[in-house]
Every structure is written in structure tokens, then in C-alpha cells.
Design a protein around this ligand. Structure first.
Ligand SMILES: *[C@@H]1O[C@H](CO)[C@@H](O)[C@H](O)[C@H]1NC(C)=O
Ligand SMILES: *[C@@H]1O[C@H](CO)[C@@H](O)[C@H](O)[C@H]1NC(C)=O
Ligand SMILES: *[C@@H]1O[C@H](CO)[C@@H](O)[C@H](O)[C@H]1NC(C)=O
Ligand SMILES: *[C@@H]1O[C@H](CO)[C@@H](O)[C@H](O)[C@H]1NC(C)=O
Ligand SMILES: [Fe+2]
Length: 477
């Protein structure tokens, strides 16, 4: 063996070992933050203020209304009577050339009687356009605005926020305010909205109402993409309420029909350069169930030439090394993980665990009952798993991580905060996790996310070219 060849081998083994050492050395932050107590904000606080005027619309929130970002669903509640069902909208302030008509409904939950809940689909919008809209009538009408996303296209830039397990405490308020400061355009919400289920009897409905007024300063102006968590289930036989997700489904609609889903609890949208798949951790998902069948079809509809970014949302994380909710994601992991690898999902966001954790690209699909394979291994085709269940609800933080930190876990910290994912083009996105720190927003974990479809193909071609040229050189000596 000549010295050049020895040099090459040495170089290779050096890269190999150093990547094991540095690449998979996880970090557990020991940061201890001062936090507000984990109790809900009192009902008479101004963050829950009811807008002035008879029957004024409140709890205004919007979500994407179709499969491509040319429609929104606008929802609101009128407290005293059904009132107008119309949304007036247009592209300049005070001039509402168009209108759309929605639906209105009311319901009871135990003894609680809801207000009149309006949902209105506003469609046929132009991409990349600011729209103003007005709801309600006379003196008590209210005006808001939103911006439509760019057209579905491979290099369309877009900035998402990721929030989970928000609740309605002063920690939640910090998270919401920091999120608004981040100037992201759409929230990917990973479940557990109001924590109203921590109350009893009529207070459950009351706390769903306060939560929707609390988040209105963001939800009225930009889409929040909803997914359901365990706190949305609300199975309460003691008060005769046994239909799961009742309060949630009455109030929060999703565009599930546009992706041919049979349930608002799981669906997909395309938004700018991203294809976003929302799953339900608390609906059947094993083989032969509707959610399983729908996901198998939706994955074949993903076109990475048009939407390079494939993002999945769910409530329960598939990889979690916190003692809280440990292993709860295992059953879904067993069913879906091989698909996430086959379809090269870029990133999976989850909540549920009230802490922050990010994984390396690892998978555990080679499990074989007679072979020796039973541990997660590094896998370039696997998604990055990110848990952001740290919105700040009244249950407090999950501060005990398993020790030692498993190999797949890259970064973990038990603090409140939110994340942003800023897509730059088809190959690059910049990710940040922002901790709430003494009222300030502090970026604590960040990295460049390389697209699994475009980034990797290009990197592989480059690498292949490099290796061939080195071998060429060695052979020609
Ligand atoms: C809905 O509102 C109507 C009056 O507008 C009322 O008569 C009815 O009882 C309400 N329904 C429920 C389920 O609360
Ligand atoms: C949903 O199904 C309808 C009818 O089969 C079809 O026309 C439409 O393209 C489907 N939508 C999606 C997003 O695949
Ligand atoms: C499981 O492992 C055994 C022993 O290594 C091997 O013979 C078998 O083919 C594997 N089965 C599968 C399904 O991979
Ligand atoms: C994508 O964005 C990154 C980061 O801004 C930049 O370095 C890269 O050159 C861009 N790639 C393309 C194909 O435009
Ligand atoms: Fe949860």
C-alpha cells in the first residue's frame, strides 16, 4: 500500500470516528429559568377582555381553507344572538367589494351553553395578497386583515412558527408574545390548546371561550394549522359528555375535505413550498383504519418537485427521552415510521411533553425478532424529530430527562418557548427554538435544515464525484 492510499484510509477513519464522537454527542441543557407560577390567568384579566358593543364578534380565528392557499376559513363567536353570518372582504381597507356567507351553530356542554359559532369559507383569493375583512354589524362590527401565502412552488420562501401545549397562563402569554415578535406567517400548532378540560362543569366551556379571546391577537390575522391533543378529548361521563373532541371540533375547523380525508382530525395542506400532513395521535391509526388508509394515499400525492418540504405534525412525539410520556409514541412509531423514512419526511413536530427536545436523524425500523436489531440507528433518510410541548400551560414543565441521554437525542431543555422554521428555498431552511427567558425571547437551539429530497440528492452527487476523483487519482499512481 503506498502512502497516498494509507493517507486516504487514515483520513476516512478519522472522519468516521470524529463524526461518531461529535455528531451524536447530545446536549442536555442545565439552564434553570425563573418562571411565572403554573396557574391560569384570572378570568377578569384584560387578555380575556370581551370586545365592546352588543353581540360583537369575539374569538376570531382563521385557518387555511383549501389544498393550495387560495382560501381561508374565518371563525368567530357572537355571544347574544346569531347575528350576521357574512364576512365582507377586499384588498383595500374600508372597501369590502366581496362577501361570503358562512354557517352558524350553537351547542351545550353539560350545563354550559355556547355562543353562536360562525365558520365562513372565503375562497377564490389571489396568492401573496393582503386582504382586509369585516365581521359583525353596525357599531359592533370588527375589522381584521390577513395575507395569503405565495403560490405553491418549489422555491417559495415562508416562515412558520411552531407552538404546542399552550394553555392560558402568564407563561403562555410570554410564548404568544414572543411568537408574534418573531414575524412568522403561519402557526403549526401541535395540539393541547386551552387546557379547559382541567376545569369542571360550565367552567370547561368558559375556559374554551377565554382561550380563544386570549390568542385572537394572532389567530385573527394569520392561519393557525390545528392538530388535536389529549386535552381536546374531553371524555367526561360524570357530566354526560362522552363524545370525544366535542368542544374542539365545534370551534376549530380544518380543510380536511380538500385532502380527501374523512375526518377533521387528520388532513393535509400545501402551503408555499411545503406539504404539511396533520395526524391524530388519539384516533385509530393501525392498519386498515381510515387514518392509516388516508395517510398511505396522501403520501403518494406529495410532489417534492413542487413542494420540496414535507412536514408532519402530531401531538405525541415518536422519539422522546423525557420521563414524562415516555414510550407513549411507540405504537404510532411502529405503524408509520417506515413510511416517514421511505418518503423522506424532513421534520416531524410534536408536543405533549412539556419541554423541548430535538433528535438527530435516527430510525428504528430494522427491528427483527430473531435478528439482533433492536436499537435506533443513525439513518440519513429519517426525519428530524422535534418536541415543542413547551407553550406554558398550567401543568408546568416536564423537567426530568432520562439519563444517560440516548444517542438519538441531540438537544433537550426543560423551558418554555416556541420554534420557527424559515424556509429559504428548496434546499435550505433555518430553524430556531426560542426560550422564554425572564420575559425576553432567547434563541437557544438553531440549525440549518437541509432538504431531504433536494439537499441530499445534490450532496450525494457531490460526494460521489469527490470519491470517484480521489479513487481515480489513487489508481493512476
Ligand atoms: C341555540 O340557540 C337557540 C336560540 O337562538 C336556542 O333556542 C337553542 O336552545 C340553542 N341550542 C342549544 C343547543 O343551545
Ligand atoms: C379528492 O378526490 C376527488 C374525487 O376522487 C379528486 O377529484 C381530487 O383530486 C382529490 N383530491 C386530492 C387532493 O387528491
Ligand atoms: C431477521 O434476522 C434473521 C437473522 O439475522 C434473518 O435471517 C432474517 O432474514 C431477518 N428477517 C427480516 C424480516 O429481516
Ligand atoms: C438557498 O438558500 C441558501 C441559504 O440562504 C443559499 O445559501 C443557497 O445558495 C440557496 N440555494 C438556491 C438553489 O438558491
Ligand atoms: Fe398533551
Amino acid at each position: 500500500m503506498d502512502s497516498k492510499m494509507q493517507g486516504l484510509l487514515f483520513f476516512c477513519s478519522f472522519v468516521f470516528f470524529s463524526s461518531i464522537r461529535d455528531g451524536y454527542a447530545g446536549f442536555t441543557s442545565s439552564f434553570v429559568r425563573s418562571e411565572f407560577p403554573s396557574v391560569d390567568i384570572p378570568l377578569d384579566h384584560q387578555v380575556f377582555a370581551v370586545p365592546k358593543g352588543h353581540n360583537a364578534p369575539q374569538q376570531v380565528h382563521i385557518t387555511q381553507g383549501d389544498y393550495e392557499g387560495k382560501a381561508v376559513i374565518i371563525s368567530w363567536v357572537t355571544p347574544d344572538e346569531p347575528g350576521s353570518n357574512h364576512v365582507h372582504f377586499g384588498t383595500s381597507e374600508d372597501k369590502y367589494q366581496s362577501s361570503a356567507e358562512g354557517t352558524v351553530s350553537n351547542y351545550t356542554f353539560g350545563e354550559y351553553k355556547s355562543g353562536y359559532i360562525h365558520h365562513c369559507l372565503v375562497e377564490g383569493l389571489e396568492h401573496n395578497t393582503k386582504y382586509y375583512y369585516k365581521i359583525g354589524s353596525g357599531d359592533s362590527s370588527r375589522e381584521f386583515w390577513f395575507e395569503t401565502p405565495p403560490k405553491v412552488e418549489a422555491d417559495a420562501p415562508y416562515k412558520f412558527g411552531i407552538i404546542g401545549d399552550l394553555g392560558q397562563t402568564f407563561n403562555s402569554l410570554s410564548t404568544l408574545e414572543h411568537y408574534i415578535e418573531s414575524k412568522a406567517q403561519t402557526v403549526l400548532f401541535v395540539g393541547d390548546l386551552s387546557y379547559a378540560d382541567r376545569y369542571k362543569y360550565t367552567d370547561v366551556g368558559v375556559r374554551w371561550d377565554t382561550w380563544a379571546r386570549f390568542v385572537e391577537k394572532s389567530t385573527a390575522y394569520q392561519p393557525w394549522i390545528w392538530s388535536a391533543g389529549n386535552h381536546e378529548i374531553e371524555y367526561f361521563p360524570y357530566m354526560g359528555e362522552v363524545v370525544p373532541f366535542n368542544n374542539y371540533l365545534r370551534r376549530y375547523t380544518t380543510p380536511y375535505l380538500a385532502s380527501n380525508s374523512s375526518s377533521p382530525l387528520w388532513y393535509a395542506i400545501r402551503l408555499a413550498s411545503a406539504h404539511i400532513i396533520v395526524l391524530s395521535s388519539y384516533s385509530p391509526y393501525v392498519k386498515y383504519t381510515p387514518q392509516y388508509k388516508w395517510l398511505s394515499e396522501e403520501l403518494t400525492r406529495v410532489d417534492r418537485e413542487k413542494t420540496p418540504w414535507l412536514i408532519v405534525l402530531m401531538h405525541v412525539p415518536l422519539y422522546n427521552s423525557n420521563e414524562a410520556h415516555y414510550m407513549e409514541g411507540e405504537s404510532m412509531r411502529v405503524v408509520f415510521e417506515s413510511w416517514f423514512i421511505k418518503y423522506k419526511v424532513d421534520v416531524i413536530f410534536a408536543g405533549h411533553v412539556h419541554a423541548y427536545e430535538r433528535s438527530y436523524r435516527f430510525s428504528n425500523v430494522d427491528y427483527n425478532i430473531t435478528g439482533g436489531n433492536r436499537y435506533p440507528v443513525a439513518d440519513k433518510s429519517a426525519p428530524v424529530y422535534i418536541t415543542v410541548g413547551d407553550g406554558g400551560n398550567q401543568e408546568g414543565l416536564a423537567s426530568r430527562f432520562m439519563d444517560p441521554q440516548p444517542e438519538y437525542s441531540a438537544f433537550r431543555e426543560a423551558s418554555y418557548g416556541h420554534s420557527t422554521l424559515e424556509i429559504k428555498n428548496r434546499t435550505h431552511a433555518v430553524y430556531h427554538w426560542n426560550r422564554n427567558d425572564e420575559g425576553k425571547k432567547v434563541t437557544t437551539d438553531s440549525f440549518v435544515l437541509h432538504n431531504q429530497y433536494w439537499g441530499n440528492n445534490r450532496r450525494r452527487r457531490k460526494l460521489k464525484h469527490f470519491i470517484l476523483s480521489v479513487i481515480d487519482e489513487v489508481v493512476s499512481i
